[in-house]
Design a protein around this ligand. Structure first.
Ligand code: 13P
Length: 251
C-alpha cells in the first residue's frame, strides 16, 4: 500500500528568528517531490510568521515542538493547543525523548497532550524509541510496545488513524550513530504489527511511521527505501537548507 511520505525537520532549541525565516524560505522555494509532505517543527515564537510565510504551500506544514497538557488556565509560561490552532498550526510533536527525559513528559502527561491535540484538530507526531541499555539488552521491541500501550493505544480508532508516528532510538539522536536500515525496518515492522493486533491491519498499514536519529543526506535514501519507513524526523541536518533539501529529495 502506498502511504504518505514525510520529511520532518525538528529545529529544537536552535536558530534566531532571522535564520529560521531564511531557512523556511529556502525550503519553501524548493520543489517538493510528488507525494511528499514536509513538516518544520519550530520554536513557539516563530510559528505564526512561519505559518504566514508558507500558507500557500499545501505540502509544507508548520508544527509546534510541544504543547501544554492543560486546555487553559493558570499555567504560567505554557502554550495550549487551542492557541496553536488559533494561529492555524496543524501539527504538534508529542513524546519526543528529550521532553520525556528532561521535562517529565510521562505517559500520563503525554496522553493528556494527545487528548488536547485531538480536541483542537491538530495532528500529533507521536515519538517513541528506546535508550541504549534497552537496545543492548535486546528488549527494544517490548520497550517501544509499552510506550505505545501507555499512550496512543488508549485512543479510539478514529483519532489513531490521524496520527503520524516517529521511531527515534535515543542512542541515535544527535550522536552521529544511525540505526542501520535493517534495525529501522525491524522496529517499524514490529510497530505496525502491534498496531494490527490492537486495532486492525488496514489501520496499521495506513499510518506513516518516520525514522529519527542522525538522518543525513548520506543515509536518508537507504533508510527511506525500507518498506515500513515512510520518511524521517530530522534534527541536526534540518538546520541547513542544503542538507534538508537533499533529504526531502531522498524518497
Ligand atoms: P538528530 O537528527 O540531530 O539526530 O535528531 C533527531 C531528532 O531528535 C529529531 O526529533
Amino acid at each position: 500500500m502506498s502511504r504518505r511520505k514525510i520529511a520532518a525537520g525538528n529545529w529544537k532549541l536552535n536558530l534566531s528568528f532571522e535564520e529560521a525565516m531564511q531557512l523556511a524560505k529556502s525550503i519553501a522555494d524548493e520543489e517538493i517531490p510528488e507525494g511528499v509532505e514536509v513538516v518544520l517543527a519550530a520554536p513557539f515564537p516563530y510559528l505564526k510568521s512561519l505559518r504566514d510565510l508558507t500558507m500557500s504551500i499545501d505540502k509544507l506544514h508548520i508544527a509546534a515542538q510541544n504543547c501544554s497538557e492543560h486546555a487553559k488556565g493558570a499555567y504560567t509560561g505554557e502554550v495550549s493547543v487551542a492557541m496553536l490552532d488559533s494561529i492555524q498550526i496543524t501539527h504538534v510533536l508529542v513524546g519526543h525523548s528529550e521532553r520525556r527525559e528532561y521535562f517529565e513528559d510521562t505517559s500520563e502527561v503525554l496522553s493528556k497532550k494527545l487528548e488536547r491535540a485531538f480536541e483542537n484538530g491538530l495532528v500529533p507526531i507521536y515519538c517513541c524509541g528506546e535508550p541504549l541499555a534497552i537496545r543492548k539488552d535486546g528488549t527494544h521491541v517490548a520497550f517501544v510496545k509499552k510506550q505505545l500501550e501507555e499512550t496512543i493505544f488508549k485512543l479510539e480508532r478514529e483519532n489513531f488513524s490521524k496520527l503520524i508516528l516517529a521511531y527515534e532510538p535515543i542512542w541515535a539522536i544527535g550522536t552521529g550513530e544511525t540505526a542501520s536500515p535493517e534495525q529501522a525496518q525491524e522496529m517499524h515492522a514490529a510497530i505496525r504489527s502491534v498496531i494490527a493486533d490492537k486495532y486492525d491491519t488496514a489501520l496499521a498499514e495506513s499510518i506513516p511511521i518516520l525514522y529519527g536519529g542522525s538522518v543525513k543526506p548520506a543515509n536518508a535514501k537507504e533508510i527511506f527505501s525500507q518498506s515500513d519507513v515512510d520518511g524521517g524526523l530530522v534534527g541536526g541536518a534540518s538546520l541547513k537548507a542544503e542538507s534538508f533539501s537533499e533529504i526531502i529529495k531522498s524518497f
